[in-house]
Design a protein around this ligand. Structure first.
Ligand SMILES: Cc1cc2nc3c(=O)[nH]c(=O)nc-3n(C[C@H](O)[C@H](O)[C@H](O)COP(=O)(O)OP(=O)(O)OC[C@H]3O[C@@H](n4cnc5c(N)ncnc54)[C@H](O)[C@@H]3O)c2cc1C
Length: 387
Protein backbone atom coordinates (compact mmCIF):
# COMPACT_ATOMS: atom_id res chain seq x y z
CA UNK A 1 0.00 0.00 0.00
CA UNK A 2 1.17 3.52 -0.88
CA UNK A 3 0.09 6.29 1.49
CA UNK A 4 -0.10 9.62 -0.37
CA UNK A 5 -1.36 10.23 -3.90
CA UNK A 6 1.12 13.02 -4.72
CA UNK A 7 3.56 12.70 -7.62
CA UNK A 8 5.95 10.54 -5.59
CA UNK A 9 3.37 8.04 -4.34
CA UNK A 10 1.91 7.80 -7.84
CA UNK A 11 5.39 7.23 -9.31
CA UNK A 12 6.02 4.36 -6.88
CA UNK A 13 2.74 2.76 -7.96
CA UNK A 14 3.39 3.42 -11.65
CA UNK A 15 6.75 1.63 -11.47
CA UNK A 16 5.61 -1.26 -9.28
CA UNK A 17 4.26 -3.07 -12.30
CA UNK A 18 2.65 -6.41 -11.65
CA UNK A 19 2.06 -5.68 -7.96
CA UNK A 20 -1.37 -5.26 -6.44
CA UNK A 21 -1.01 -1.67 -5.26
CA UNK A 22 -3.47 0.63 -3.54
CA UNK A 23 -2.72 4.37 -3.32
CA UNK A 24 -4.53 6.08 -0.43
CA UNK A 25 -5.00 9.84 -0.66
CA UNK A 26 -6.65 11.94 2.03
CA UNK A 27 -8.00 14.60 -0.32
CA UNK A 28 -11.01 13.98 -2.52
CA UNK A 29 -9.16 15.01 -5.68
CA UNK A 30 -5.62 14.20 -6.80
CA UNK A 31 -3.50 17.34 -7.27
CA UNK A 32 -5.41 19.66 -4.90
CA UNK A 33 -4.51 21.76 -3.07
CA UNK A 34 -1.39 22.80 -4.99
CA UNK A 35 1.63 23.56 -2.80
CA UNK A 36 4.32 24.09 -5.40
CA UNK A 37 5.86 26.55 -7.86
CA UNK A 38 6.17 23.91 -10.53
CA UNK A 39 9.62 24.79 -11.79
CA UNK A 40 11.44 21.65 -12.87
CA UNK A 41 14.19 20.52 -15.23
CA UNK A 42 12.93 19.20 -18.59
CA UNK A 43 14.15 15.73 -17.53
CA UNK A 44 11.38 15.66 -14.90
CA UNK A 45 8.73 16.54 -17.48
CA UNK A 46 10.03 13.57 -19.44
CA UNK A 47 10.08 11.27 -16.40
CA UNK A 48 6.36 11.91 -15.90
CA UNK A 49 5.54 12.09 -19.64
CA UNK A 50 3.82 15.35 -18.77
CA UNK A 51 4.67 17.64 -21.72
CA UNK A 52 1.08 18.93 -21.82
CA UNK A 53 1.50 20.51 -18.36
CA UNK A 54 4.23 22.95 -19.48
CA UNK A 55 3.24 26.59 -19.06
CA UNK A 56 6.56 28.25 -19.91
CA UNK A 57 10.23 27.59 -20.64
CA UNK A 58 13.04 29.29 -18.72
CA UNK A 59 16.51 29.81 -20.19
CA UNK A 60 18.06 32.42 -17.90
CA UNK A 61 18.35 33.92 -14.47
CA UNK A 62 18.23 37.41 -12.98
CA UNK A 63 19.78 37.33 -9.52
CA UNK A 64 18.98 40.27 -7.20
CA UNK A 65 21.48 40.89 -4.38
CA UNK A 66 20.52 42.72 -1.16
CA UNK A 67 22.39 45.93 -2.01
CA UNK A 68 20.68 46.30 -5.40
CA UNK A 69 23.14 44.59 -7.76
CA UNK A 70 21.37 42.51 -10.44
CA UNK A 71 23.27 39.71 -12.12
CA UNK A 72 21.83 38.67 -15.47
CA UNK A 73 22.76 35.15 -16.51
CA UNK A 74 21.38 34.27 -19.92
CA UNK A 75 21.85 30.84 -21.47
CA UNK A 76 21.30 29.14 -24.83
CA UNK A 77 19.99 26.04 -23.08
CA UNK A 78 16.59 25.30 -21.62
CA UNK A 79 17.18 25.48 -17.86
CA UNK A 80 13.71 24.74 -16.56
CA UNK A 81 10.05 24.34 -17.41
CA UNK A 82 7.22 25.81 -15.40
CA UNK A 83 4.37 23.34 -15.13
CA UNK A 84 0.74 23.20 -14.10
CA UNK A 85 1.31 21.18 -10.95
CA UNK A 86 -2.33 20.10 -10.52
CA UNK A 87 -2.41 18.55 -13.98
CA UNK A 88 1.07 17.07 -13.41
CA UNK A 89 -0.20 15.19 -10.33
CA UNK A 90 -3.23 13.95 -12.26
CA UNK A 91 -0.99 12.59 -15.01
CA UNK A 92 1.25 10.83 -12.46
CA UNK A 93 -1.85 9.29 -10.88
CA UNK A 94 -3.20 8.19 -14.26
CA UNK A 95 0.12 6.41 -14.92
CA UNK A 96 -0.28 4.59 -11.60
CA UNK A 97 -3.78 3.51 -12.62
CA UNK A 98 -2.55 2.41 -16.04
CA UNK A 99 -0.04 0.18 -14.22
CA UNK A 100 -2.92 -1.44 -12.35
CA UNK A 101 -3.03 0.54 -9.07
CA UNK A 102 -6.29 1.27 -7.27
CA UNK A 103 -6.62 4.87 -6.08
CA UNK A 104 -8.61 5.43 -2.90
CA UNK A 105 -9.22 9.16 -2.45
CA UNK A 106 -10.91 10.81 0.55
CA UNK A 107 -9.25 8.38 2.97
CA UNK A 108 -6.59 9.20 5.55
CA UNK A 109 -3.94 6.92 6.97
CA UNK A 110 -4.41 6.93 10.75
CA UNK A 111 -1.71 4.52 11.92
CA UNK A 112 -0.69 0.89 11.85
CA UNK A 113 -0.05 -2.06 14.13
CA UNK A 114 2.08 -5.08 13.37
CA UNK A 115 0.14 -8.25 12.55
CA UNK A 116 2.54 -11.20 12.30
CA UNK A 117 4.87 -10.51 9.39
CA UNK A 118 2.40 -7.96 7.97
CA UNK A 119 0.94 -4.65 9.12
CA UNK A 120 -2.66 -3.70 9.82
CA UNK A 121 -3.42 -0.15 8.69
CA UNK A 122 -6.22 2.04 9.98
CA UNK A 123 -7.84 4.30 7.39
CA UNK A 124 -10.53 6.88 7.93
CA UNK A 125 -12.96 7.85 5.19
CA UNK A 126 -16.45 9.21 4.70
CA UNK A 127 -17.93 5.90 5.89
CA UNK A 128 -15.79 5.84 9.02
CA UNK A 129 -12.86 3.60 9.92
CA UNK A 130 -11.58 0.81 7.77
CA UNK A 131 -8.68 -1.63 8.24
CA UNK A 132 -6.36 -3.06 5.60
CA UNK A 133 -3.72 -5.74 6.08
CA UNK A 134 -0.68 -5.42 3.84
CA UNK A 135 2.92 -6.71 3.78
CA UNK A 136 4.32 -3.30 2.79
CA UNK A 137 3.54 0.38 3.38
CA UNK A 138 5.26 3.00 1.24
CA UNK A 139 4.90 6.32 3.02
CA UNK A 140 4.74 9.06 0.37
CA UNK A 141 2.58 11.26 2.56
CA UNK A 142 4.54 14.49 2.45
CA UNK A 143 6.62 16.36 5.02
CA UNK A 144 4.16 15.72 7.87
CA UNK A 145 4.33 11.98 7.14
CA UNK A 146 2.29 9.95 9.62
CA UNK A 147 3.96 6.79 8.30
CA UNK A 148 7.48 8.08 9.10
CA UNK A 149 6.31 9.34 12.48
CA UNK A 150 4.61 6.08 13.47
CA UNK A 151 7.62 4.07 12.30
CA UNK A 152 9.87 6.25 14.52
CA UNK A 153 12.03 7.48 11.67
CA UNK A 154 13.08 10.74 13.30
CA UNK A 155 12.80 14.38 12.35
CA UNK A 156 14.11 16.69 9.65
CA UNK A 157 17.06 18.98 10.24
CA UNK A 158 14.87 21.93 9.42
CA UNK A 159 11.58 22.94 7.80
CA UNK A 160 11.20 26.11 5.75
CA UNK A 161 7.84 27.74 5.07
CA UNK A 162 6.73 29.23 1.79
CA UNK A 163 4.03 31.33 0.20
CA UNK A 164 3.23 32.15 -3.40
CA UNK A 165 0.70 34.07 -5.41
CA UNK A 166 -0.20 34.16 -9.11
CA UNK A 167 -0.83 37.68 -10.38
CA UNK A 168 -2.69 38.91 -13.46
CA UNK A 169 0.39 40.64 -14.86
CA UNK A 170 2.36 39.74 -17.98
CA UNK A 171 6.12 40.25 -17.59
CA UNK A 172 8.06 41.65 -20.52
CA UNK A 173 10.89 39.13 -20.13
CA UNK A 174 9.30 35.70 -20.48
CA UNK A 175 12.47 33.59 -20.38
CA UNK A 176 14.26 34.59 -17.20
CA UNK A 177 13.53 33.51 -13.63
CA UNK A 178 14.05 36.35 -11.15
CA UNK A 179 15.61 35.28 -7.84
CA UNK A 180 15.99 37.60 -4.83
CA UNK A 181 18.28 36.87 -1.87
CA UNK A 182 18.95 38.58 1.46
CA UNK A 183 17.78 38.91 5.06
CA UNK A 184 15.10 41.47 4.24
CA UNK A 185 13.60 39.66 1.28
CA UNK A 186 13.66 35.97 2.31
CA UNK A 187 15.83 35.14 5.33
CA UNK A 188 17.43 31.70 5.07
CA UNK A 189 16.07 30.98 1.61
CA UNK A 190 15.14 33.07 -1.47
CA UNK A 191 12.26 34.67 -3.33
CA UNK A 192 11.21 34.22 -6.95
CA UNK A 193 9.28 36.01 -9.68
CA UNK A 194 8.46 33.78 -12.62
CA UNK A 195 6.94 34.65 -15.98
CA UNK A 196 4.03 32.34 -16.80
CA UNK A 197 2.75 33.95 -20.01
CA UNK A 198 -0.20 36.19 -19.22
CA UNK A 199 0.31 35.84 -15.47
CA UNK A 200 3.25 36.00 -13.04
CA UNK A 201 4.11 33.68 -10.14
CA UNK A 202 5.68 35.41 -7.11
CA UNK A 203 6.76 33.56 -3.99
CA UNK A 204 9.35 32.92 -1.35
CA UNK A 205 10.38 30.67 1.49
CA UNK A 206 11.92 31.64 4.83
CA UNK A 207 13.68 29.81 7.67
CA UNK A 208 12.01 29.39 11.02
CA UNK A 209 12.24 32.24 13.53
CA UNK A 210 11.83 35.11 11.06
CA UNK A 211 8.12 35.90 11.27
CA UNK A 212 5.55 34.90 8.67
CA UNK A 213 6.17 34.38 4.93
CA UNK A 214 3.20 36.66 4.20
CA UNK A 215 4.97 39.78 5.55
CA UNK A 216 7.88 39.15 3.21
CA UNK A 217 5.60 38.47 0.25
CA UNK A 218 3.85 41.82 0.72
CA UNK A 219 7.22 43.59 0.93
CA UNK A 220 8.48 41.86 -2.22
CA UNK A 221 5.31 42.70 -4.17
CA UNK A 222 5.76 46.32 -3.18
CA UNK A 223 9.44 46.37 -4.09
CA UNK A 224 8.63 44.80 -7.47
CA UNK A 225 5.74 47.27 -8.07
CA UNK A 226 3.19 44.45 -8.13
CA UNK A 227 1.25 45.21 -4.94
CA UNK A 228 -1.87 46.35 -6.81
CA UNK A 229 -1.94 43.52 -9.33
CA UNK A 230 -5.04 41.32 -9.30
CA UNK A 231 -4.36 38.11 -7.38
CA UNK A 232 -5.22 34.66 -8.66
CA UNK A 233 -4.29 31.56 -6.68
CA UNK A 234 -2.52 31.83 -3.30
CA UNK A 235 -0.42 28.85 -2.26
CA UNK A 236 1.38 28.13 0.98
CA UNK A 237 3.35 25.16 2.19
CA UNK A 238 6.43 23.81 3.89
CA UNK A 239 9.58 22.12 2.71
CA UNK A 240 11.69 19.62 4.69
CA UNK A 241 15.44 20.17 4.59
CA UNK A 242 17.88 17.28 4.87
CA UNK A 243 16.90 13.64 4.37
CA UNK A 244 15.92 11.40 7.28
CA UNK A 245 18.70 9.24 8.71
CA UNK A 246 16.56 6.14 8.25
CA UNK A 247 13.95 5.59 5.54
CA UNK A 248 13.22 1.88 6.02
CA UNK A 249 11.90 -0.39 8.77
CA UNK A 250 10.28 -3.83 8.74
CA UNK A 251 7.38 -3.59 6.20
CA UNK A 252 7.96 0.14 5.64
CA UNK A 253 9.71 2.50 3.23
CA UNK A 254 9.31 6.27 3.18
CA UNK A 255 9.94 8.33 0.07
CA UNK A 256 9.70 11.85 -1.36
CA UNK A 257 8.99 14.75 1.01
CA UNK A 258 8.16 12.18 3.70
CA UNK A 259 11.82 11.14 3.62
CA UNK A 260 13.27 14.62 3.03
CA UNK A 261 14.11 13.87 -0.60
CA UNK A 262 14.18 17.57 -1.40
CA UNK A 263 17.06 19.65 -2.73
CA UNK A 264 18.12 21.73 0.29
CA UNK A 265 19.22 24.71 -1.79
CA UNK A 266 16.13 25.21 -3.93
CA UNK A 267 13.41 23.27 -2.08
CA UNK A 268 12.64 21.36 -5.27
CA UNK A 269 11.49 17.83 -4.50
CA UNK A 270 9.90 16.54 -7.67
CA UNK A 271 13.07 15.23 -9.33
CA UNK A 272 14.63 13.75 -6.20
CA UNK A 273 11.35 12.31 -4.91
CA UNK A 274 10.40 10.73 -8.23
CA UNK A 275 13.88 9.23 -8.63
CA UNK A 276 13.69 7.74 -5.14
CA UNK A 277 10.17 6.51 -5.98
CA UNK A 278 11.50 4.46 -8.89
CA UNK A 279 14.09 2.88 -6.58
CA UNK A 280 11.45 2.15 -3.93
CA UNK A 281 9.26 0.46 -6.55
CA UNK A 282 12.14 -1.77 -7.64
CA UNK A 283 12.85 -2.80 -4.04
CA UNK A 284 9.13 -3.45 -3.47
CA UNK A 285 9.00 -5.76 -6.49
CA UNK A 286 12.11 -7.62 -5.33
CA UNK A 287 10.65 -7.98 -1.81
CA UNK A 288 7.41 -9.43 -3.24
CA UNK A 289 9.41 -11.91 -5.27
CA UNK A 290 11.41 -12.97 -2.20
CA UNK A 291 8.33 -12.87 0.04
CA UNK A 292 10.48 -10.97 2.55
CA UNK A 293 9.48 -7.49 3.77
CA UNK A 294 11.96 -7.21 6.62
CA UNK A 295 14.12 -4.12 7.03
CA UNK A 296 17.05 -6.18 5.75
CA UNK A 297 15.17 -7.07 2.57
CA UNK A 298 14.22 -3.39 1.99
CA UNK A 299 17.80 -2.16 2.55
CA UNK A 300 18.62 -1.92 -1.20
CA UNK A 301 16.12 0.97 -1.48
CA UNK A 302 17.99 2.99 1.13
CA UNK A 303 21.41 2.07 -0.29
CA UNK A 304 20.36 2.98 -3.83
CA UNK A 305 18.79 6.35 -3.12
CA UNK A 306 21.77 7.35 -0.96
CA UNK A 307 24.19 6.35 -3.73
CA UNK A 308 22.12 8.25 -6.30
CA UNK A 309 20.31 11.43 -5.21
CA UNK A 310 21.69 11.16 -1.65
CA UNK A 311 25.07 12.57 -2.62
CA UNK A 312 23.57 15.72 -4.10
CA UNK A 313 21.26 16.10 -1.08
CA UNK A 314 24.22 15.85 1.32
CA UNK A 315 26.18 18.43 -0.66
CA UNK A 316 23.10 20.62 -0.77
CA UNK A 317 22.86 20.53 3.03
CA UNK A 318 26.48 21.69 3.25
CA UNK A 319 26.11 24.47 0.68
CA UNK A 320 22.94 25.61 2.42
CA UNK A 321 24.87 25.79 5.68
CA UNK A 322 27.39 28.10 4.02
CA UNK A 323 24.58 30.14 2.43
CA UNK A 324 22.58 30.73 5.62
CA UNK A 325 25.80 31.72 7.37
CA UNK A 326 26.27 34.66 4.99
CA UNK A 327 25.22 38.16 5.98
CA UNK A 328 23.78 40.61 3.46
CA UNK A 329 27.26 42.21 3.31
CA UNK A 330 28.77 38.80 2.44
CA UNK A 331 26.13 38.26 -0.24
CA UNK A 332 26.86 41.66 -1.77
CA UNK A 333 30.57 40.88 -1.74
CA UNK A 334 29.77 37.59 -3.47
CA UNK A 335 27.65 39.42 -6.04
CA UNK A 336 30.53 41.76 -6.80
CA UNK A 337 32.89 38.82 -7.33
CA UNK A 338 30.43 37.01 -9.59
CA UNK A 339 29.71 40.08 -11.70
CA UNK A 340 32.16 39.30 -14.49
CA UNK A 341 31.72 37.49 -17.77
CA UNK A 342 33.73 34.32 -17.02
CA UNK A 343 31.92 33.75 -13.69
CA UNK A 344 28.50 34.33 -15.27
CA UNK A 345 29.42 31.89 -18.03
CA UNK A 346 30.11 29.23 -15.40
CA UNK A 347 26.84 30.07 -13.62
CA UNK A 348 24.98 29.68 -16.90
CA UNK A 349 26.07 26.02 -17.07
CA UNK A 350 24.23 25.21 -13.81
CA UNK A 351 21.71 22.38 -13.60
CA UNK A 352 18.85 22.95 -11.14
CA UNK A 353 18.91 19.30 -10.09
CA UNK A 354 22.66 19.24 -9.46
CA UNK A 355 23.65 22.70 -8.13
CA UNK A 356 26.71 21.34 -6.32
CA UNK A 357 28.33 20.59 -9.67
CA UNK A 358 28.98 24.31 -9.99
CA UNK A 359 31.27 24.44 -6.97
CA UNK A 360 34.48 23.19 -8.59
CA UNK A 361 34.31 25.12 -11.89
CA UNK A 362 33.28 28.23 -9.93
CA UNK A 363 36.29 27.89 -7.62
CA UNK A 364 38.60 27.41 -10.60
CA UNK A 365 37.30 30.68 -12.05
CA UNK A 366 37.15 32.56 -8.74
CA UNK A 367 39.49 30.94 -6.16
CA UNK A 368 38.75 33.81 -3.76
CA UNK A 369 35.26 32.34 -3.20
CA UNK A 370 36.93 29.95 -0.78
CA UNK A 371 37.12 32.72 1.80
CA UNK A 372 33.36 32.69 2.42
CA UNK A 373 33.30 29.23 4.00
CA UNK A 374 36.70 27.54 3.68
CA UNK A 375 35.85 24.52 5.83
CA UNK A 376 32.56 23.76 4.13
CA UNK A 377 33.95 24.25 0.64
CA UNK A 378 36.94 21.99 1.33
CA UNK A 379 34.62 19.36 2.77
CA UNK A 380 32.48 19.58 -0.39
CA UNK A 381 35.48 19.08 -2.63
CA UNK A 382 36.68 16.12 -0.55
CA UNK A 383 33.24 14.49 -0.86
CA UNK A 384 33.20 15.03 -4.60
CA UNK A 385 36.60 13.37 -4.86
CA UNK A 386 35.26 10.48 -2.78
CA UNK A 387 37.60 11.14 0.16
C1 LIG B 1 5.90 26.77 -1.84
C2 LIG B 1 6.51 25.53 -2.44
C3 LIG B 1 7.07 25.60 -3.72
C4 LIG B 1 7.65 24.46 -4.28
N1 LIG B 1 8.17 24.54 -5.53
C5 LIG B 1 8.73 23.46 -6.11
C6 LIG B 1 9.24 23.53 -7.43
O1 LIG B 1 9.17 24.56 -8.09
N2 LIG B 1 9.82 22.41 -7.96
C7 LIG B 1 9.89 21.23 -7.26
O2 LIG B 1 10.47 20.25 -7.76
N3 LIG B 1 9.40 21.15 -6.00
C8 LIG B 1 8.81 22.22 -5.42
N4 LIG B 1 8.29 22.14 -4.16
C9 LIG B 1 8.38 20.85 -3.45
C10 LIG B 1 7.39 19.87 -4.02
O3 LIG B 1 6.10 20.44 -3.98
C11 LIG B 1 7.44 18.57 -3.20
O4 LIG B 1 8.77 18.14 -3.10
C12 LIG B 1 6.60 17.48 -3.86
O5 LIG B 1 5.25 17.80 -3.83
C13 LIG B 1 6.84 16.15 -3.14
O6 LIG B 1 5.94 15.18 -3.60
P1 LIG B 1 5.39 14.06 -2.62
O7 LIG B 1 4.48 13.22 -3.43
O8 LIG B 1 6.52 13.45 -1.88
O9 LIG B 1 4.59 14.85 -1.51
P2 LIG B 1 3.20 15.71 -1.64
O10 LIG B 1 3.17 16.32 -2.98
O11 LIG B 1 3.19 16.51 -0.44
O12 LIG B 1 2.13 14.56 -1.60
C14 LIG B 1 1.82 13.89 -0.42
C15 LIG B 1 0.39 13.43 -0.52
O13 LIG B 1 0.08 12.66 0.63
C16 LIG B 1 -1.22 13.00 1.06
N5 LIG B 1 -1.30 12.65 2.49
C17 LIG B 1 -0.67 13.25 3.52
N6 LIG B 1 -0.99 12.66 4.68
C18 LIG B 1 -1.85 11.66 4.37
C19 LIG B 1 -2.54 10.69 5.14
N7 LIG B 1 -2.41 10.63 6.46
N8 LIG B 1 -3.36 9.82 4.49
C20 LIG B 1 -3.50 9.86 3.14
N9 LIG B 1 -2.87 10.76 2.37
C21 LIG B 1 -2.05 11.65 2.97
C22 LIG B 1 -1.34 14.48 0.79
O14 LIG B 1 -2.67 14.90 0.71
C23 LIG B 1 -0.60 14.59 -0.54
O15 LIG B 1 -1.45 14.46 -1.64
C24 LIG B 1 7.68 23.25 -3.56
C25 LIG B 1 7.11 23.18 -2.28
C26 LIG B 1 6.53 24.30 -1.73
C27 LIG B 1 5.92 24.22 -0.36
Amino acid sequence: MVVGGGPVGSTVAAHASGLQTMVVEEHDAIGSPVQCTGIIHPRVVKMAEAEETVINTITGLKLYFPGGRVLEVPSDEVKAKIIDRRRFDEICSQRAQDAGADILTGHSFKGFVRAGDKVKIKLEGPQGERFVITPLIVGADGYKSGVARDAGMGAFKEIVRGIQVDLDVELEDQVKAEVFIGEKVAPGFFAWVLPCGEYTRVGLCISQGHGTPNEYLNALLKRRGLENAKRRELVSGAIPIGPLKRTIADNIMVVGDAAGHVKPLSGGGLYTGMKAAQLAAQTAMDAVEKGDFSEHSLAPYEEHWRADIGKELERGVLIRKAYVGMSDENLDELGKLLDREDAKKVLSTGDIDYPSKLVRPMLRTLPSLLKFSPQIIRSLIRREQGR
